[in-house]
Design a protein. Structure first.
Length: 528
């Protein structure tokens, strides 16, 4: 055991790498008197992915600083957030989260005996808590509740009342868990300020709020369990880790929105105090960095190659994932995973009870797998003068073959090397003997002559970037759209080009993380 840490060193450990601290003076005051009590909560929805190592490494910091740490498995919150976790799966999802997060903490060397694990429904259904929910609802405005949940609760056109309850419950959790501080991402800031505003009106103290920055995912946006291409699952095989890291955004010299560098900063350095770049003797041999700033500076000056950085992160990441994979190889863990996250295509019984509420029947834009693609090559179809054969990179290991009837409308040289928008989950269809594996989406205006123009992704987009309708980002696309269901055809009726040349569905823009999908000239056109 080393020497006990003083309040200043504890403060440094608790706050390092955070983006913001609300209540800094109170934090110092508590540390001057006793150990800090802090909690981190996670709603038990989609499977945790490697970005969860970011809060885990901060939890390791809290424990090093002597904090009493509670981890809350927020099962009720998961249900209230537009039922991201169905009621019948709540218990199983919570069991999965507990096992996988314990495995993560063990992997990074965090002693579990210093932690307390609590399930939300263990106290959130009590008489006292329920009464406080009613008391809070009598002083909190609908405007404040909606604003607080904007960054956290799934936003839809007709929100459920449950989403308005969510932020208030998270505020009350601070009191019922008897903590001094709550830790979370900066996307939770509005919920934290709601807690600071309303808890005193119930006679409860303001808490300290510790906020992590939003660490970019592998595509450069927030790493999300609902965006497959942006995340590495904790149980991904080594070959999948390699493939996803290979596609990760890591432009030479660019340190902005670089998820690979962010992982080095927020996970690997706090856990290891150093980072080793593995490379052959021909290129200077291995290099050990003891400060993250050295890594970032050398990458910015292009002295550190993206390939070497990715390969070294791959080694370090697999070292963290190996014990988790091993734990989940057991029959018990495999069974738990299968029960907590059943394959939707195998759950036929789900449609029998209430087919109208089934995702399979609801015609919503999030069922479409629309992505940015880059046209690699264009040639004429050997058996059809009106068709092009395109090879298009959509962020997968291999480019897709796309057959498009654009010969009469778009010159070959105007298609080559350009970014386009593709619908990727239609059933592959043979067109004059060649299988087309996606549909290139275009704006069109009927007339004489008919005018057709491929849609344009926002500047800076990359192959594989997710395209979504505003308000429908979080849903999971169908694996394959069944032709008989005519899902795309039913949605296509409302796909239009606005008077500002913005692609829209029911007046809501089609977007990527970087902005809106547009066309150059065809105002008021259709999208097909």
């Amino acid at each position: 055991m080393g020497e006990p840490l003083g309040p200043e060193k504890k403060f440094h450990l608790i706050t390092r790498n955070l983006q913001e601290v609300l209540g800094e003076e109170k934090l110092k005051e508590v540390l001057g008197e006793r150990e800090l009590k802090v909690y981190w909560g996670t709603a038990t929805t989609g499977k945790p992915h490697v970005a969860y190592f970011v809060p885990m490494s901060k939890i390791a910091d809290f424990l090093k600083a002597g904090c009493e740490v509670t981890i809350l498995f927020a099962d009720l919150h998961a249900y209230l957030d537009n039922m991201k976790a169905p009621w019948e799966l709540l218990e199983l999802r919570t069991q999965y989260y507990e096992q996988v997060i314990k495995a993560m903490l063990e992997s990074i060397g965090v002693p579990l005996d210093k932690l307390k694990f609590v399930k939300g429904t263990d106290f959130q259904l009590s008489r006292e808590y329920t009464l406080d929910v009613y008391r809070l609802s009598s002083v909190m405005t609908e405007h404040d509740a909606k604003k607080a949940g904007a960054e956290v609760v799934k936003q839809v056109e007709h929100p459920l009342l449950s989403g308005l309850l969510y932020p208030g419950l998270q505020a009350l959790d601070e009191e019922y868990l008897k903590v001094d501080a709550q830790f979370g991402g900066v996307d939770q800031r509005k919920i934290f300020t709601l807690a600071e505003k309303y808890l005193p009106s119930l006679g409860y103290a303001k808490r300290v709020h510790l906020m992590n920055p939003m660490v970019p995912g592998l595509t450069g946006s927030k790493m999300s369990s609902s965006e497959e291409e942006s995340k590495i699952d904790l149980l991904d095989r080594k070959e999948d880790v390699k493939k996803k890291l290979k596609k990760a955004f890591c432009e030479p010299g660019n340190v902005q929105n670089n998820g690979v560098l962010a992982f080095v900063k927020h996970v690997l350095f706090p856990l290891n105090s150093e980072f080793v770049i593995k490379r052959s003797e021909k290129f200077g041999g291995d290099k050990v960095y003891t400060l993250y700033e050295e890594v970032e500076n050398e990458f910015a000056q292009e002295l550190l190659h993206p390939g070497d950085l990715k390969a070294s992160v791959e080694v370090a990441l697999n070292k963290l994932l190996d014990p988790i994979r091993k734990k989940f190889e057991s029959p018990e863990m495999r069974k738990l995973t299968g029960l907590a996250y059943p394959d939707p295509s195998k759950s036929k019984g789900a449609m029998k009870g209430n087919p109208k509420n089934s995702d399979d029947e609801e015609i919503i834009p999030s069922r479409l797998d629309v992505r940015v693609g880059k046209v690699i090559s264009v040639e004429r179809h050997p058996d059809a003068d009106s068709l092009y054969l395109e090879k298009v990179d959509v962020g997968e290991a291999e480019p897709r073959t796309v057959v498009s009837g654009l010969v009469a409308y778009v010159a070959k040289e105007d298609l080559e090397d350009r970014l386009v928008v593709l619908l990727c989950n239609l059933k592959p269809q043979k067109m004059r003997g060649v299988e087309s594996q996606a549909m290139l989406l275009c704006a069109s205006i009927e007339g004489d002559p008919r005018k057709v123009e491929p849609l344009d992704p926002p500047e800076g987009s990359a192959p594989g970037d997710h395209v979504f309708v505003e308000g429908y980002k979080a849903g999971k696309p169908d694996d394959e759209l069944k032709p008989k269901k005519k899902v795309f055809e039913k949605l296509q009726v409302d796909l239009k080009i606005s008077s500002e040349c913005v692609a829209q569905w029911k007046d809501k823009p089609l977007m990527t993380r970087l902005g809106q999908i547009t066309c150059k000239m065809l105002k008021g056109g259709n999208i097909s």
